[in-house]
Design a binder for this molecule. Structure first.
Ligand code: NAP
Length: 484
């Protein structure tokens, strides 16, 4: 891996401002060709406990800083991320596989949360409440929750972490991060820049390791951890929630989705195709807000399908660093097997394979070709499970109520999309979909200014926006009496 600043490539846990070797290492591979990128320190429960102790010790000093001081440090962290955007993107693409241009976008996106919360830190405000009697004054102040532990997935190894660390640090909390074992290098690179930005020792820690249960166990059982912020699968989220019950921890849960994408007959079909391409194929279909089910009104199914095939034919599959590549590999072999199984099951159950790209024979094992199925049915696994691959399965519907009922017929509630030119339908459908985020005539919905999060079993809590700080702040009520 060629970096302008090789110091960004770290392989040891970052605890209390130092780099910690462990007796064991675990391998981190490039998913494009399965070559070894680095052997990384295999931290476990001990390293996690050490990081929590450091975060606890650093809390007093960090929360005592003025908001201006914390804001300045975060702004410097943001600037360093942008100055090192190319190197951070190279590290990210190498361990995660997404095209370099997308990785650069992720670095800018992750950094934008740091910038946003550096600014929002100045707007932590309380309240003065009218008292029930004249001898009292009632005030509300907001204070940092304390030590925050975070667990993040491999699909956005920079942004998912930045999106949690930035509001936590802005609020005055200290932080212990556990990145996914597939992609620890991006998190460690952020730690290098945190140190350079002047984030004090113990305020931001990264524990890498292959035993997620051991690290998660140490986080969830610790009384010193006030809050757990998790992004990942609904299955692991439920497990962590149950583990957090014993110490009654605050939690934020950003879990899996099953996003519907509805195309009404009154939609602008070209922009619907463009929106679908953006929401489906980013990161080879491996995002929590990726379109998972496409519902097309039957009267426009044929023209929409033809336009979609033409757009899919322009996708270029290859490794992250090849010019013009738009689809990288899936994260590992079992991810590819899962996508292949969903396609096979759908075809066996009556779906038709309309289009599948031909892959170069010399391409690595983890690539899956962009694929289009039609005649999908709501009860097929491909419509009920997260596909997490570059596959579209089209369903058709006859009327609006049917489309909405189908769209809402899932336990997930993260993102939904629909296309229509009717302003009244836009309001009606936007308000009726049971999702935390709705893209209306838009396939790219996420940015630092907007609240990101789900309802139902996609979790709770919001990241980004002015609401994003609330997850890291306690409300305290002060009652001043005896004012006679
Ligand atoms: P995952 O298996 O739940 O893993 C996510 C994180 O949890 C990883 O760091 C993983 O560590 C860790 N983990 C796994 N088992 C654990 C345990 N027993 N205790 C503590 N930590 C544990 O999810 P994934 O399949 O890798 O990631 C994709 C999922 O994330 C999808 O469902 C996607 O929709 C969701 N996601 C949601 C959002 C959102 O904002 N809502 C954003 C992105 C992704 P290891 O990697 O080391 O096993």
């Amino acid at each position: 891996m060629h970096l302008q600043n090789p110091a960004l490539l770290q392989t040891r846990c970052y605890i209390n401002g130092g780099w910690h070797e462990t007796p064991q290492q675990f391998p981190v591979n490039n998913p494009a060709d399965n070559t070894l990128l680095a052997d990384v320190s295999d931290g476990g429960a001990n390293e996690t406990r050490r990081a929590i102790a450091a975060a606890k010790q650093a809390l007093t000093g960090w929360k005592a800083l003025t908001v201006n001081q914390r804001s300045a440090v975060l702004m410097r962290w943001y600037q360093l991320m942008m100055e090192n955007q190319d190197d951070l993107a190279t590290i990210l693409s190498s361990e995660q596989g997404k095209p370099l241009v997308e990785a650069k976008g992720e670095i800018a996106y992750g950094a934008s949360y740091v910038q946003w919360f550096a600014e929002e830190a100045r707007r932590i405000e309380g309240d003065i409440i009218a008292p029930p009697s004249n001898d009292k004054r009632l005030m509300v102040i907001k204070q940092p929750v304390g030590v925050v532990a975070s667990i993040t997935p491999w699909n956005f190894p920079n942004a998912m972490l930045a999106r949690k660390a930035a509001p936590a640090l802005a609020a005055g909390c200290t932080f212990v991060a556990k990145p996914a074992a597939e992609t620890p290098l991006s998190a460690l690179a952020l730690a290098v820049l945190a140190e350079q930005a002047g984030i004090p020792a113990g305020v931001f820690n990264v524990v890498c390791g292959s035993d997620a249960a051991a690290i998660g166990g140490a986080m969830t059982t610790s009384k010193d951890v006030a809050k757990l912020s998790f992004t990942g699968s609904t299955k692991v989220g439920k497990l962590l929630l149950s583990q957090c019950a014993d110490t009654v921890k605050r939690t934020s849960m950003e879990l899996g989705g099953n996003a519907p994408f509805i195309v009404f007959a009154d939609a602008d079909l070209d922009s619907a195709v463009a929106g679908l391409m953006a929401s489906k194929f980013r990161n080879a279909g491996q995002t929590c807000v990726c379109t998972n089910r496409v519902l097309v009104e039957h009267t426009v199914l044929e023209p929409f399908t033809q336009k979609l095939i033409a757009a899919m034919q322009k996708l270029k599959v290859g490794s992250a660093f090849e010019e013009g590549v738009t689809i990288g590999p899936l994260i590992h072999a079992s991810a590819k097997e899962k996508v292949a199984r969903l396609v096979d099951q759908a075809v066996d159950a009556g779906a038709s394979l309309l289009y599948q790209a031909k892959l170069d024979g010399s391409i690595g094992d983890n690539f899956f070709p962009p694929t289009l199925l039609t005649k999908a049915q709501p009860d097929m696994a491909i419509c009920r499970e997260e596909i997490f691959g570059p596959v579209i399965a089209l369903q058709s519907f006859n009327e609006e109520a049917e489309a909405i009922a189908q769209a809402n017929n899932t336990d997930a509630g993260l993102a939904a999309y629909f296309y229509s030119q009717s302003i009244s339908r836009c309001w009606r459908v936007g308000e009726t979909l049971d999702y935390g985020i709705v893209g209306i005539n838009e396939g790219l919905i996420s940015n630092a200014m907007a609240p990101f999060g789900g309802v139902k079993q996609s979790g709770f809590g919001r990241e980004g926006s002015r609401y994003g700080l609330d997850d890291y702040l306690e409300i305290k009520y002060l009652c001043l009496g005896g004012l006679g």
